[in-house]
Ligand binder design. Structure first.
Ligand code: AMP
Length: 972
């Protein structure tokens, strides 16, 4: 039973896994070898079996023979001597060679004659000597000849019988003759063994082969196997089916049936059936039995290298490190060649480090600069460095790495100190009017990039009077070469428009390109002359200025500071804080408002004015574009606000009160009043003409087209205008992008100063619970709640204007109702950052929306902050997080209840992108499912090219996808 499964296995595979090891016979008894000295017992004694010498086929044999065939009832026994059983053997083979005479050859004796005899066995634990008892024997077999002998030629038969199972220490065999003429030539008793053997590097002991038997072996010296090696010994004495492979240990290889140590110069790294290998490159020659070959001096293996790999050297430094300034702003490309010594490795990488070094002291550049695709693990030999400051020098260190770098004590580095090296000087992007008087203009300008610290640019400024067309068609400019980016130009004509353009010059004097032409207007001299009170004030200020100058000069001397300052707005001794402007006077303070008009406003001859085209409609009537003839400036473009016919005296006074407020202001960022017509039937207010109209519509038409830097420049202008108003103690109450006008130089000017306007004129005005009309979305909570209008509430509105500007004229709080807006603001929610809004700008908005008005920045702070940001444009590069989930509040989403739009046109309309209806249809995008699957490039392929439109559509899709959006995402 035990071997049933192996034997089945064995039969299946015996042909394949036959191991040809000869079986061995262990002989226990050999009758022939004993010759005549057998000493076997016979019974009956002297009758029956007897020893006879016989020559068979020419050989002499001592045989036991019997031939008692004449009488019946023969019972002749022949018993062997005691045969010892070897421990472990349970069966033995008995081989008999014998001759049987044919009964037919005996005349008349055929009745008693037989031709077979019997084999018996009796087991015993000890030799019983001559004590032979037949009853103790059991029959094993009847032995019959294959051939009987008839004539002289003797027919020798060989028969083998297996006897067992045996259990006692020994046994006797006996042969019973019952009347046969038989001669036993030979009796051989033996058992078979599977001889001791080595199979697959495992040794197996000699094993008795009496049935199929599994034998456990052991691996030869220096070999191991995972499972105990086994083999089977068959009953025939053959080894079959070895199981479990022994393998030579590392450092040893199979040689025949043993494991021999690897020869010197060879190695074997693991237990395997493989042979030893020659030591790889860059290794020391190994000793005998080596499991690996040690690296030569200066060569290494990385922890991930297999011991079979050659040893490699750390790389040398990258070669030919160069930098190229790219045309895109603030970008530089570093390139290098692979090191001379790669160490024979293919896993080379590079890392780049940026530092600012000065006199051997280096500090990291920090997180402001970025690397594309990254600064470590670079596989290519180029990297692009972005967000660099053009006026700084950088030290870049490129280091080569490989898998064996950690073993090297030297760092393979190449270093380059470089900066942005623009071949052309920076462009002048915007000219600002910092201050003006009747005879002078103070200008400053901003550059497309900061020049490197070591390069000092000069500037060429050209200007002329706008109405001076020169002689014989030749326009004459005055040209100034300037060392810094600001100037005060004196000796100008009052109330005159001048044209300016500036270009930067590189250090060698080669020019860049001119900025756009900017127009600036000197303040009118008439204004001061016509108003006695203003003259008095002017005189007071003049004395104050002289006093201040004296104090300043004394201070300057004391501090031994030499200054050629012209007293511009940057000059600390002439700051506007010390030169407090006049306070605004409320026209309603006058009993007769007409007196206020006479005081603050220039009366214009109606014949000097001609209307050209209606450009808008105000509360009191149409607004025209027109021209005004002036004695000094010639014809100037103006906007003319008219009072519609049929007005009441109260309406006329309200209409003109805006002029009497505006007439008190003189600032480049406040709409300038040219004058009024009051004497004529149709009253008119004449202001400077702003070519680009209201700021909100201007931005809506250019969604996404204006860079943030320029938007921030516009905000700076509005803030400067508001600072002026707050310095004048004037509270605007209706600051909003719709009330800011933009001229052809993209300068922004605050307008709309009507006293009643906040209450009645503005379409955004809403009646509050207290009955007044207030533009809720733009108004600070305290002003809504208890009419606390202050410059701090104007700052809140300025925050909303910042948002409108950065969102390209988007409606604040989108489609939320005024009630929802008030509720949200009181619950501390604030507008989220517009798309692509610089983080610093959004932070400033949030400051403007502080609930506690004393915590809001003042306009003077706001101007300073914006100036600072504009001076370092890289500070605008960090973009405030735009959470697409915020778009739940954009008109671009499916609405608060999450229902989908029914059609693509309906969706496009909701995000004000209906102009793309046809493009979507043409591209086959007709269902909202298709819309949801659109990717950026798909949107572009449909034909949406403008970045602002791209973003609006893409963000809307993101918003549509986001079902989990929450209403409270812009809580602060
Ligand atoms: P207002 O009554 O001041 O709100 O003016 C109504 C509209 O007329 C404004 O929205 C502008 O589109 C236009 N407008 C008013 N003043 C000017 C100006 N000085 N230059 C150009 N357009 C103006």
């Amino acid at each position: 039973m035990e071997f049933r499964r192996p034997s089945l296995f064995l039969f299946l595979f015996i042909n394949q896994v036959f191991i040809s090891v000869q079986s061995k016979e262990q002989v226990l008894l050999d009758m022939r070898a004993s010759g005549s000295e057998l000493g076997w017992l016979t019974l009956p004694y002297e009758n029956g079996w007897e020893i006879v010498q016989t020559v068979v086929n020419g050989s002499l044999y001592y045989t036991y023979s019997v031939c008692s065939i004449e009488s019946t009832e023969q019972d002749n026994w022949l018993r062997t001597t005691f045969i010892q059983r070897r421990p472990g053997t349970t069966r033995v083979s008995v081989e008999l060679r014998f001759i049987v005479r044919d009964c037919n050859t005996f005349d008349g004796a055929s009745v008693a004659c037989k031709e077979t005899f019997n084999l018996f066995i009796s087991e015993a634990d000890a030799d019983v000597g001559t004590n032979f008892r037949k009853g103790q024997f059991r029959k094993v077999a009847t032995i019959a000849p294959d051939e009987v002998t008839r004539g002289r030629v003797l027919k020798v038969n060989t028969e083998t019988r297996t006897v067992g199972p045996l259990s006692k220490k020994g046994f006797y065999l006996a042969f019973q003759d019952m009347g046969t003429c038989v001669a036993l030539l030979s009796v051989r008793v033996y058992y078979k063994t599977c001889p001791s053997t080595v199979q697959s590097l495992a040794t197996f002991p000699e094993t008795v082969a009496d049935a199929l038997r599994g034998v456990e072996g052991a691996c030869v010296e220096n070999a191991v196997s995972q499972a105990t090696p086994r083999i089977y010994c068959t009953a025939e004495g053959e080894w079959v089916v070895p199981v479990g492979q022994c393998q030579c240990l590392s450092g040893y290889e199979t040689t025949g049936d043993s494991c021999q140590a690897c020869k010197p110069g060879y190695f074997k790294p693991s237990e395997s059936s493989e042979l030893c290998q020659v030591c790889p490159d860059n290794t020391k020659p190994s000793m005998a039995g080596a499991t690996e070959c040690q690296c030569e001096e200066g060569f290494f293996r990385s922890p991930s290298d297999p011991p079979t790999s050659p040893c490699s050297a750390p790389p040398s430094a990258p070669l030919d490190l160069t930098s190229t300034t790219l045309s895109a702003e603030g970008r530089l490309q570093l390139s290098w060649s692979p090191p001379l010594v790669t160490g024979g490795r293919s896993d080379l990488t590079y890392s780049v480090v940026c530092e600012h070094c000065d006199g051997g002291l280096c500090i990291p550049c920090g997180e402001k600069i970025h690397f594309e695709p990254g600064s470590t693990d670079l596989q290519d030999t180029t990297v692009i460095v972005t967000d660099l400051d053009s006026h700084l020098n950088y030290t870049f260190t490129v280091e080569a790495f490989s898998g064996v770098s950690q073993y090297s004590t030297e760092r393979p580095i190449s270093t380059i100190t470089t900066g942005l090296d623009y071949t052309d000087p920076p462009k002048v992007t915007l000219i600002h009017l910092d201050d003006r008087s009747p005879s002078s203009l103070s200008l400053s300008w901003t550059l497309s990039r900061r020049p490197p610290a070591h390069i000092s640019h000069r500037y060429e400024l050209m200007y002329r009077r706008k109405d001076d067309d020169g002689e014989r068609g030749v326009t004459t400019y005055r040209v100034l070469i300037l060392e810094k980016n600001s100037v005060q130009i004196d000796d100008l004509i009052p109330n005159t428009t001048y044209l300016f353009k500036v270009q930067a010059l590189s250090p060698d004097g080669s020019p860049g390109s001119y900025s756009m032409e900017h127009e600036f207007h000197t303040s009118p001299a008439e204004f001061q002359i016509q108003n006695n009170s203003t003259m008095v004030m002017g005189a007071v200020v003049g004395v104050a200025v002289i006093l201040l100058i004296v104090v300043a000069v004394l201070l300057l001397r004391k501090r031994r500071l030499s200054s050629r300052g012209r007293g511009g707005p940057e000059d600390p001794y002439f700051s506007t804080d010390q030169l407090k402007p006049l306070s605004y006077v409320d026209p309603h303070m006058y009993e007769d408002p007409n007196i206020a008009i006479q005081k603050f406003v220039t009366e214009i001859d109606p014949n000097a004015i001609s209307k050209q085209k209606v450009i808008g409609v105000g509360e009191f009537g149409e607004v025209f574009r027109g021209v005004m003839k002036t004695p000094v400036r010639g014809e100037v473009a103006v906007a003319i606000k008219t009072l519609k016919p049929g007005y009441s005296e109260k309406q006329r006074q309200d209409f003109l009160s805006e002029a009497s407020i505006m007439g008190q202001f003189s600032h480049p960022n406040i709409i300038r009043l040219e004058g009024v017509v009051t004497k004529f039937k149709h009253a008119m207010i004449v202001t400077e003409y702003m070519e680009n109209g209201a700021l909100d519509t201007y931005l809506k038409d250019r969604d996404g087209e204006i860079p943030s830097y320029q938007l921030v420049g516009m905000l700076r202008g509005i803030a400067a205008g508001m600072k002026y108003l707050s310095d004048m103690s004037y509270v605007h109450r209706d600051l909003a992008a719709r009330n800011v006008l933009v001229n052809s130089n993209l300068e922004c000017k605050v307008s709309d100063f009507g006293l009643s306007r906040v209450l009645e004129d503005d379409a955004e005005g809403t009646y509050t619970t207290r009955g007044g009309k207030i533009p809720i979305r733009w108004t600070a909570p305290e002003a809504i709640a208890y009419r606390k209008f202050t410059s701090a509430s104007d700052v809140w509105s300025f925050g909303i204007v910042m948002w409108e500007v950065m969102a390209f004229g988007e409606r604040p709080y989108w489609d939320m109702s005024n009630h929802e807006v008030m509720k949200a603001i009181n619950e501390a929610f604030r507008l989220p950052a517009p798309m692509d809004c610089p983080s610093a700008i959004y932070q400033l908005m949030l400051q403007c929306w502080q609930h506690d008005r004393s915590k809001r920045p003042r306009f003077t702070d706001i101007v300073n902050i914006l100036d600072k940001l504009l001076r370092s444009p890289e500070s605008l590069k960090t973009i405030a997080d735009f959470d697409p989930r915020v778009s739940i509040r954009l008109p671009s989403t499916s609405g608060c209840d999450g229902t989908m739009f029914r059609s693509v046109p309906e969706w496009l309309e909701s995000i004000k992108m209906s102009q793309y209806n046809e493009s979507f249809a043409r591209a086959g995008i007709t269902t909202m499912e298709q819309v949801l699957a659109l990717r950026h490039e798909d949107i572009r392929n449909i034909g949406v090219r403008l970045p602002g439109h791209m973003k609006r559509i893409a963000y809307s899709i993101l918003g549509l996808k986001d079902e989990t959006s929450s209403l409270s995402v812009f809580a602060v």
